[in-house]
Design a binder for this molecule. Structure first.
Ligand SMILES: Nc1ncnc2c1ncn2[C@@H]1O[C@H](COP(=O)(O)OP(=O)(O)OP(=O)(O)O)[C@@H](O)[C@H]1O
Ligand SMILES: [Mg+2]
Length: 277
């Protein structure tokens, strides 16, 4: 369902590059639940954003449901985000002027181009909020807002749900409800679930735990399912390459692949191996 091959991400800060992901390779099967665990600043959100098509890697390949996101245009990527994946953020990202029901209908509209009020109500019932359909976000608690965000995610009938600290702001009881809901959906619909968290207790509820440290996967979890988890350095570098060496290599790769991508964008179908950035 998700396959990352040697993904690097570097951000340019002034004249320097900060390498945030360093050769991440990872495979997640359809219907699997995976926790991505790591300290603050280790690159978890960056990784999720790349899988969700919200950001592009500096180098490497990102396959979701068989499509390499690296080759999609901005428009294709936007379509991918609308139709193929649901994200749940720590800050719930609800539209404050709209009621809970209208927020869910907005997600339907984005996904299917139309709304279905009854179906939206059913989805709200699923997250236990049928009684709050007409509340605006400021009239809901944090946990209730998070459940609306989950209802919005579900309204898209996604094959892949990506959640960044979905329970970070919740008390333990609400955390359980929200987690239970996500796992229930995964079981019933066979949805693939990727959850970023700092919280070991949340991580343990998933089938597999992947640990990330300083932009590298240090543990891919789960026996044979963990294959592809070990990080590899760029081919031109040894595994022991220092940060400065790595940064300059990624900068070089970024320039090279930007040029390649530019060239190949005029020749659709011919293959560069990295994406512009
Ligand atoms: N747009 C950006 N420009 C420059 N640096 C960035 C950008 N986005 C993230 N970073 C840097 O990348 C590193 C990883 O950030 P990321 O948000 O992926 O961490 P995280 O593991 O999600 O942390 P947290 O648990 O605190 O959310 C951090 O050092 C951050 O400062
Ligand atoms: Mg984060």
């Amino acid at each position: 369902m998700v396959r990352l091959v040697d993904v690097y991400k570097a951000y340019r800060i002034g004249s320097r590059y900060l390498v945030v992901l360093r050769g991440v390779s990872l495979e997640v099967e359809r219907g699997e639940s995976v926790a991505i665990l790591g300290k603050s600043g280790s690159g978890k959100t960056t990784l999720l954003n790349i899988i969700a098509g919200l950001d592009r890697p500096s180098y490497g390949h990102v396959y979701v449901d068989g499509v390499d996101l690296v080759y999609l245009s901005e428009d294709e990527l936007a379509r991918f985000r609308r139709s193929r994946v649901s994200f749940i953020f720590q800050s719930y990202n609800l539209i404050s002027e709209l009621t809970a029901l209208e927020n869910v209908m907005l997600a339907q509209k984005a996904r299917f181009g139309r709304t279905d009020r009854e179906e939206a109500l059913r989805t709200l019932r699923l997250v236990g909020l049928e009684g709050h359909a007409n509340h605006r976000p400021h009239e809901l608690s944090g946990g209730q807002q998070q459940r609306v965000a989950i209802a919005m995610a579900l309204a898209k009938s996604p094959k892949l749900i990506i959640a960044d600290e979905p329970t970070g702001a919740l008390d333990s009881k609400t955390r359980e409800q929200v987690l239970g809901l996500l796992l229930d959906v995964k079981d019933r619909l066979g949805t693939t679930l990727l959850v970023v968290t700092h919280d070991v207790d949340v991580a343990r509820r998933m089938e597999r735990i992947v640990r990330i440290r300083d932009g590298e996967i240090v543990e891919a979890g789960g026996g044979s399912r963990g294959r592809g988890g070990a990080s590899r350095a760029l081919p031109l570098l040894s595994r022991r390459a220092g940060r400065a060496e790595l940064a300059s290599a990624v900068a070089h790769a970024t320039r090279t692949f930007s040029a390649l991508a530019l060239a190949t964008s005029r020749q659709p179908g011919s293959g560069a191996c990295g994406s512009p950035r």
